[in-house]
Design a protein around this ligand. Sequence first.
Ligand SMILES: Nc1ncnc2c1ncn2[C@@H]1O[C@H](COP(=O)(O)OP(=O)(O)O)[C@@H](O)[C@H]1O
Ligand SMILES: [Mg+2]
Length: 254
Amino acid sequence: MPSQPLVVAAGVVKSYSSGNAVVRALDHVDVSIEAGEFVAVVGPSGSGKTTLLNCLAGLDDVDAGTVMIDGVVLGQSSDADRTDQRAETMGFVFQAATLLPAFTAQENVALPLLLTARSTREARRAARDALAQVGLGDRTDHYPAELSGGEQQRVAIARALVKRPRLVWADEPTGNLDTTSAAQVLSLLEELHAGGATIVLVTHDRSIAARADRVIEVLDGRVLAPVTAAPAASAVAFGGTALAPPAEGAVERS
Ligand SMILES: Nc1ncnc2c1ncn2[C@@H]1O[C@H](COP(=O)(O)OP(=O)(O)O)[C@@H](O)[C@H]1O
Ligand SMILES: [Mg+2]
């Protein structure tokens, strides 16, 4: 029997209301992501990328439709179960590094491990290893304020990978970074991917998106590009339309 996709979203609707206005951030979205894929989600600001990521990852509830991860429909398990599943199998990287300012780099990275049953000593050692892996072995005792933006983001990635997640959600992780730091962060995500992890990366940068296996294009709360693992085929099918650029980027790379 063929294995089912790791993430399946069907008919997902998500609206926000503030004051009198209701914004339909996701308008009947279907998405399917295979285990081991590196998927980029692209689209202009306000198109619904963050909302999509948050709904797929179970950080946010959907108004209608379903999201299934690893065969489990989100929202049917209790919040406690969901938190457990997130902590065990997923890693998150956000645009701002979201480090705790009162804790050192090593302590920030060790925190997710302290939620589970490991010893503090083991957590600290794993945190040191993860920081070395992102090239910050000599910054373990620095506080976030003593690190550059790029270094802070690499600490955040170390924190995301310290539990060796099978699924990594990254929302514009290079958005605030200079070119060199952005390249380092992207390389780290590619390493995680090479190690077998599934990566879902939100970006508005097409050159970054072109490095993914596949591009999901979001516009006005809808997914534009067909969900396909064959960029060459989609370039043929959609050549000359607004959907062509991500496919072209992917083709150039191969
Ligand atoms: N908490 C919120 N309350 C009200 N509107 C929101 C909220 N979050 C997002 N939106 C709106 O939903 C739409 C999609 O937002 P978002 O998913 O953040 O887009 P993107 O990440 O592509 O920039 C935007 O129009 C945004 O203004
Ligand atoms: Mg966003």
